[in-house]
Design a protein around this ligand. Structure first.
Ligand SMILES: Nc1ncnc2c1ncn2[C@@H]1O[C@H](COP(=O)(O)OP(=O)(O)OP(=O)(O)O)[C@@H](O)[C@H]1O
Ligand SMILES: [Mg+2]
Length: 266
């Protein structure tokens, strides 16, 4: 009898909000380490010139371009025409975890990509479905051409929200951005889809409860049930370029990210 093996689909997930400081990098770094420890071959793409997730996962900054030298970074991939295999590096401290790092050079790619919104998507299409189980993309703040490239390259979008910062307006804007990318950039594609809204830095006070209720009322069905608490260990871990699973594996933060991995079925 003939047996057909179906490869698992290499899902591309982007974590976004057009506001800064909402926990995107903290979430991408911890999910990536958590997934890699579960044996999932994971590729993180740093699409932020601040390069925070690069620092979190490597423990050091990626070298910058200098007289004739182009380091293997996302900038070299997007602008310098390096093939994708040349810019993917292993994160040596973690099994199964790979990274396309960023550095400040990326800032100048934003301008050059303004009329190439599908550049990253086409580059990722050169990877085989078998290469990675998952691709996680971290973005910076604002909806610049880098963020549009990240959205257009993704299958699913997680909208990140912290309580009490005009979050409904931000979610509405992100929903519209995702729709525009689907309709105008990808010409009526079925992706990217909004996978869910993730609340981070939640505390026990009423502002968080109100945020939860407002999101449930205005965006029915989109709020993820995993909620990431405000947790000092998460802040400590990222500050030390480490993951929560190393610094405080029994903490509320670690538990929340494990629950999120299960809920997203990653
Ligand atoms: N759940 C949390 N509990 C406590 N502190 C947190 C939590 N999540 C993030 N932080 C802290 O909040 C700050 C912003 O987080 P982070 O860098 O992940 O946000 P970001 O959305 O990636 O920001 P940017 O838009 O600048 O890239 C950091 O100092 C981080 O340590
Ligand atoms: Mg960040």
């Amino acid at each position: 009898m003939h047996r057909v093996f179906i490869n698992s689909i290499m899902k591309r997930l982007v974590f976004t909000n057009d506001k800064g400081g909402v926990g995107k990098t903290t979430t991408v770094a911890n999910l990536a380490v958590g997934l890699s420890e579960q044996g999932k071959k994971t590729l993180v793409i740093d699409m932020d010139p601040q390069a925070d997730v690069t620092f979190a996962l490597l423990g050091q900054r990626a070298p910058e371009a200098g007289s004739g030298y182009l380091p293997p970074t996302i900038h070299s991939l997007l602008i310098g025409h390096y093939p994708i295999e040349n810019v993917i590096i292993p994160a040596p401290r973690y099994p199964n975890l790979f990274l396309i790092p960023a550095n400040a050079d990326l800032a100048d790619a934003a301008l050059k990509l303004s009329n190439r919104p599908t550049r990253l998507r086409h580059l990722l299409d050169n990877l085989s479905e078998k290469d990675y189980d998952l691709i996680l993309i971290d973005t910076g703040k604002g909806l610049d051409p880098l963020a549009v490239n990240a959205l257009a390259a993704s299958d699913e979008v997680i909208i990140m929200v912290t309580p009490g910062k005009l979050e409904l307006d931000a979610i509405g804007r992100m929903q519209e951005h995702v729709r525009l990318v689907r309709e105008e950039v990808l010409l009526h594609a079925s992706h990217p889809k909004i996978r869910g809204i993730l609340i981070t830095q939640a505390d026990p006070y009423s502002i968080t409860r109100d945020t939860i209720l407002r999101i449930m009322e205005h965006f029915p069905g989109l709020l993820l049930s995993s909620i990431i608490p405000k947790n000092n260990d998460l802040q400590k871990a990222i500050g030390r370029a480490s993951s929560i699973f190393e610094i405080a594996p029994g903490s509320k933060g670690a538990l929340a990210y494990k629950t999120l991995i299960e809920e997203l079925n990653l």
